[in-house]
Structure formats: structure tokens, C-alpha cells
Design a protein around this ligand. Structure first.
Ligand code: DQA
Length: 145
């Protein structure tokens, strides 16, 4: 059985650390990858962190995860609020799915309050900053044993 966790990131998250740091902080996606890899190592889980600005690429990675991942942690970014395609792809995945938002989306604009992905996610993190990814990884370790 695979012990890999896919950590998928949607549009604009390549600019994490530079983009609106007052909302998203100063840490980069590389920092997130390093922190999650360290937590994964403790639990015997490998991490594959990916980011794309393209919806279809995220869908393709979710399909790939069907064969190659034990769980998915996903920050769909703006696709959270728009993408039935990402939801449908996640519905084809059988393992645990954790949705992560760096910011507390429910405190922000009303268009950020609805998530298509939450219809599938087994757990949702919002407002923990980039630490949300680390907390999600710890949870993956706990549930995957
Ligand atoms: C986000 C919240 C989304 O509303 C936004 O479009 C993002 C990032 C977050 O991590 O807080 O790009 O998913």
C-alpha cells in the first residue's frame, strides 16, 4: 500500500510568502513542503507537494493520486469556490481528503464562504496559517496509522 500523501495547491499559491503577506504570511510553499516532509517522516509517510495555476492540472493530479496516494491534502485556493471539476475528481478518490485554507475564509468576503470541495473533504482547516498543512499532515499520520 502506498504511503504517499499528495499536497495539492491551486492558483496563486506559487506566490505564497510574497502574495498578500498580511493575509497569507511570509512562509513559502517550499517551507510548507519541508515542514510536512519532516512530519511525514515521523509517521512513515512520504510527501509530494504540487502547485498549479491550472484547474485541469489539479484534476489530473487527483486522478494520479487514485493510484499513487494514500491521502490528499488540498488547498484549492480560488478553485475552492468555483470548481465542480475539482469536486468531481475528489469524489473519485477513495482515501482521506483534508481541505486546508491558510486564511479564515469565513471571516472574509461572502464569495469565500462556500466551498465545493467541502462536499467531499473529510476535514477542513481554515485560519491556522501555513500551520494548517502541518496539522493536516499530523492528522493523516494518526488516521493512516
Ligand atoms: C485560500 C483562500 C481562498 O479564498 C483564496 O482564493 C486563496 C487561498 C487560503 O488558503 O486561505 O487563494 O484557499
Amino acid at each position: 500500500m502506498t504511503r504517499t500523501i499528495y499536497i495539492l495547491n491551486g492558483p496563486n499559491l506559487n506566490l505564497l510568502g510574497k502574495r498578500e503577506p498580511e493575509i497569507y504570511g511570509h512562509e513559502t510553499l517550499d517551507d510548507v513542503a519541508a515542514a510536512c516532509a519532516a512530519i511525514g517522516a515521523e509517521a512513515g509517510l512520504e510527501v509530494r507537494l504540487l502547485q498549479s495555476n491550472w484547474e485541469g492540472q489539479i484534476v489530473d493530479w487527483i486522478h494520479e493520486a487514485r493510484e499513487k496516494a494514500a491521502g490528499i491534502i488540498i488547498n484549492p485556493a480560488a478553485l475552492t469556490h468555483t470548481s465542480v471539476a475539482v469536486l468531481d475528481a475528489l469524489n473519485t478518490f477513495e482515501g482521506p481528503v483534508i481541505e486546508v485554507h491558510i486564511s479564515q475564509v469565513h471571516k472574509r468576503e461572502p464569495f469565500r464562504h462556500h466551498s465545493y470541495v467541502s462536499k467531499r473533504a473529510d476535514a477542513v482547516m481554515a485560519g491556522f496559517g501555513v500551520q494548517g498543512y502541518a496539522l493536516a499532515m499530523r492528522h493523516m499520520g494518526a488516521i493512516l496509522g
